[in-house]
Design a protein around this ligand. Structure first.
Ligand code: AHR
Length: 471
């Protein structure tokens, strides 16, 4: 059985069920998600494997070999047709893609294992998001509903708003109480909520406010929760709502809040029933996070039903796996990174001041130039599963992206710097060496252009040859 079988048994069936990792019903054999590849724009549906119900990640890997892939649709497994697709522009923000749409997620940003089988989650970078503004069967007005999601408890920020749940059908903010969605992060947005500790927290985005409990919104009973996999639970009915949470890989749920609605326009609720993943109700798209699975229900689930769902999630066996593919780098070693593109095989990633570029370097080059083209491989500052590249001749400075260009900057020890300076290697998309993607903007790759500046570009990868040791 899957989580939605359990909700159905409890009398609160799923009206939306999304997961790129597994079937959420024992009997669901339809597609989980769709990916499109950069090389020819072709698309493929990824379905669950018979038996385990885990997504057929091998089908994605084979389809995406030698190119890059984005997640284009996250299918609704509930039969209500509540599929999630690229978010349209909203009242707060336009996305970076055509017609103001938000960016799509890389198909390989969030590799994971379920009981030993590889699958991929949805890695949301700032400016990306998914949505359905023509929902069917979800709660509206003050209707009761429940929802849960499994997130990566280590991938978050303070930007508004990494949400999953019930939002406005217009992608605008008409006022308090027009949304009821799970939020995960350190909280931003008008009416900032905080729990105990430094965060991140599971909160409820009820529009114009992220709530950890009743107003005043600071609720010390809502703890910092940063397990690698977290289960986040939210439910609401007339003048009552609850937040629950726990470790998605073990143990049970705890209740962080269970009580009446906040004051000032949150009762009765004015839910509109649209569904979002990765942005706020008005398409505030500055947040980041990772989603593996989640549902919305008709009716207010009992704690017992949710406890059984948590046991089902734990049984799914979420565990980490490598973020890398292709030739490995050795942490601590000094390397140079050579372009493999036919035009430029004598060019290496180098720097000139804080500009990162490619330069022609050979064994007869000056020691100064060799050092500018030499990098010490470090454990990723923002994620230990990937790498950072410290300059050989400017210790303490690292390659980072900023405004989608690569730069050399001193480490300022901020969370943003660490994440901007973290890159994951993968088998080179041209079949040679490695391509290098940003960890935090997983769909963006190092790419050289006009043999000069190096960009961090969506989809187009710069394949690097085997590392070369200059020093
Ligand atoms: O409630 C926080 C955010 O405020 C909502 O997600 C968004 O619609 C509004 O900007």
């Amino acid at each position: 059985a899957g989580p939605c079988d359990i909700y159905a048994c409890g009398g609160t069936p799923c009206v939306a069920a999304h997961s790129t990792t597994r079937s959420l019903y024992g009997a669901y054999t339809g597609p989980l998600y769709q990916v499109s590849r950069g090389s020819d724009g072709k698309k493929i549906d990824i379905s669950p494997l018979t038996g385990s119900g885990v997504a057929d990640a091998a089908a994605q890997d084979s389809f995406c070999t030698g190119t890059t892939c984005l997640i284009t649709i996250i299918y609704d497994q509930s039969g209500h047709g509540n599929h999630l697709t690229q978010s349209p522009p909203g009242g707060a923000a336009r996305g970076p893609e055509a017609n103001g749409y938000d960016a799509l997620s890389s198909a390989i940003g969030a590799p994971v294992k379920l009981n030993g089988r590889k699958a991929y989650g949805v890695f949301i970078s700032p400016s990306s998001g998914y949505r359905n503004n023509s929902p069917n069967g979800t709660a509206t007005g003050d209707d009761p509903e429940g929802m849960y999601a499994v997130f990566d408890g280590t991938h978050y920020n303070t930007g508004c708003c990494f949400d999953y749940g019930n939002v406005e059908t217009t992608s605008t903010d008409p006022g308090n109480g027009h949304m009821e969605a799970l939020y995960f992060g350190t909280g931003d947005g008008s009416g900032r909520g905080t729990g105990s500790g430094k965060g991140p927290w599971i909160m409820a985005d009820l529009e114009n406010g992220l709530f950890t409990g009743y107003s005043p919104i600071n609720n010390p009973a809502n703890p910092t929760i940063d397990y690698r996999f977290i289960t986040a639970v939210l439910k609401g009915k007339p003048n009552q709502w609850a937040i629950r949470g726990g470790n998605a890989a073990s143990g049970s749920l705890s209740t962080f809040y269970d009580g009446v609605r906040p004051a000032n326009g949150y009762y009765p609720m004015k839910k509109e029933g649209a569904i979002v993943l990765g942005t706020g109700g008005d398409n505030s798209n500055w947040a980041q996070g990772t989603f593996y699975e989640g549902v919305m229900t008709k009716g207010y689930p009992s704690d017992n039903t949710e406890n059984a769902v948590q046991a089902n999630i734990v049984n799914a066996g979420y565990a980490t796996t490598s973020l890398l593919s292709g030739p490995e780098l050795t942490v601590g070693s000094s390397i140079s990174l050579r372009a493999t593109t036919a035009c430029c095989t004598n060019r290496y990633i180098a720097h000139d001041g804080n500009t990162v570029n490619t330069q022609v370097v050979s064994t007869s080059s000056s020691d100064d130039l060799k050092r500018k083209a030499s990098w010490i491989v470090r454990t990723g500052l923002g994620n230990s599963g990937c790498y950072s590249f410290e300059s050989k001749d400017t210790p303490g400075s690292f390659i980072r992206h900023a405004g989608y260009h690569l730069k050399l900057d001193p480490n300022d020890n901020s969370k943003l710097f660490a994440e901007d300076a973290t890159f994951c290697t993968m088998a080179g998309v041209n079949g040679q060496g490695n391509s290098v993607r940003s960890w935090s903007y997983a769909a963006r790759y190092w790419r050289h252009f006009d043999a000069g500046t190096v960009y961090c570009e969506q989809r187009r990868a710069f394949s690097l040859g085997q590392p070369h040791v200059f020093q």
